[in-house]
Write a protein that binds this ligand. Structure first.
Ligand code: ADE
Length: 364
């Protein structure tokens, strides 16, 4: 079943600081996307390791081992898949989990591959169980089952497919089955980018777009971009609009602050939706714990959107904690809303409950 689009993903209400792709991003993303490891800024550890694995595979004239890329939307999973194919000097074939509707569609994709090509499957956690199961044989042995004949004469035969690399991308490793997860040789969990890395990305993008920007201006955009390159590039384009219409066309810190105010993006990079989440926790539920279903109902958003889009950055930045009984607000959340935290929380060193933050999460 197709996943329901949240209002924040819908075309009529695009959220500037949402990590998902907007239609208007597509041509810009294409122009701004780095094409090689040398152009790619950030994720240094993963980049260094992947460079070695690519070189090793090329030296052996073998396909790269299957790669699983995970992390919140907008961190560069598609970009990395494109870079891997380019660095391997092979073709990239792109699809999405729910689009591969049956085994025949998968067979169609796999038989079109050239030797050592990369098949990129976005949202790989949304493959149907039947398709996922036939993918196992293809991943392990580069063969697929196909049915021949009809009715009583039907039989399965196995045909070879070219050796290939599956690059799977998911926002949620927790939703992947263990057999699929274990078939990937490389597991790459993308982290949010540091403000300095994002500032370098903004400067690179501004150069490509021909927009003058100061170092402080780039850093100010970076700090309001939730650690996410796609958001940084989108915010750069919005700030450029303000600079060109209301200013001289050049971007400095002041232009960024003025533009962010007009867009309701605060100094932490939060928009009204983030602040609503913090207010539900602090004001409506006195700091929590609050179940994610309750937060979703209060916001009128699907639970998935809360977990994939909003929560990861709030967790990583330490505004939110996860406990077995639900989400809790930390001291930082109260302070951000300009509210006084409950005295028990103020007196404690950390949150009132043993909270799971992105640093302590144990899902695979
Ligand atoms: N544009 C988007 N993501 C990027 C990255 N990681 N490095 C350079 N430019 C980018």
């Amino acid at each position: 079943m197709a996943k329901r689009k949240s209002p924040t993903e819908a075309e009529d209400a695009p959220r500037i600081i949402g990590g998902g792709t907007h239609h208007e991003d597509v041509p810009f993303d294409r122009a701004l996307r780095p094409k090689t490891f040398d152009d790619y800024i950030g994720q240094e550890k993963h980049k260094g390791n992947l460079r070695v694995f690519v070189q090793a595979a090329r030296q052996r004239q073998e396909p790269l081992d299957h790669v699983l890329l995970c992390g919140p939307p907008g961190l560069g999973k598609t970009t990395l898949a494109q870079i891997l194919a380019a660095e391997m000097n092979v073709q990239l074939h792109m699809t999405t989990g729910p689009v591969i509707e049956h085994k025949g569609a998968l067979a169609g994709l796999l038989t079109k591959l050239g030797p050592n090509d990369v098949l990129f499957v976005d949202e790989i956690h949304r493959l149907s169980p039947v398709v996922e199961e036939s993918l196992y044989l293809a991943m392990d042995e580069f063969r697929i089952d196909v049915m021949t004949g009809d009715g009583a004469f039907a039989s399965a035969i196995q045909i070879p497919v070219p050796p290939f690399t599956l690059v799977g991308a998911t926002t949620r490793t927790g939703l992947l089955t263990a057999p699929l997860y274990s078939r990937f040789g490389h597991h790459v969990r993308l982290d949010f980018y540091a403000p300095e890395e994002l500032a370098r990305i903004v400067r690179r993008s501004a150069t490509i777009l021909g927009v003058p920007i100061t170092g402080e201006g780039a850093l100010a955009i970076a700090k309001r971009s939730r650690g996410t390159p796609r958001i940084a590039n989108r915010l750069l384009r919005r700030v450029r609009d303000f600079a060109e219409v209301l200013g001289t066309g050049a971007i400095d810190e002041k232009v960024v602050h003025g533009s962010s105010d007009r867009l309701d993006i605060d100094a932490a990079g939060f928009d009204e939706m983030d602040r609503r989440i913090l207010r539900i926790l602090c004001v409506d539920y006195e700091g929590g714990p609050v179940g994610v279903e309750t937060i979703a109902a209060a916001l009128g958003e699907p639970r998935d959107t809360i977990e994939d889009v909003y929560e990861p950055f709030l967790l990583q930045q330490g505004y939110l904690g996860r406990t077995p009984r639900g989400r809790i607000a930390t001291k930082k959340a109260w302070a951000h809303l300009g509210l006084e935290a409950p005295s028990a929380l103020k007196a404690s060193d950390g949150p009132l409950f043993v909270a799971e933050t992105s640093a302590t999460r144990t899902t695979p």
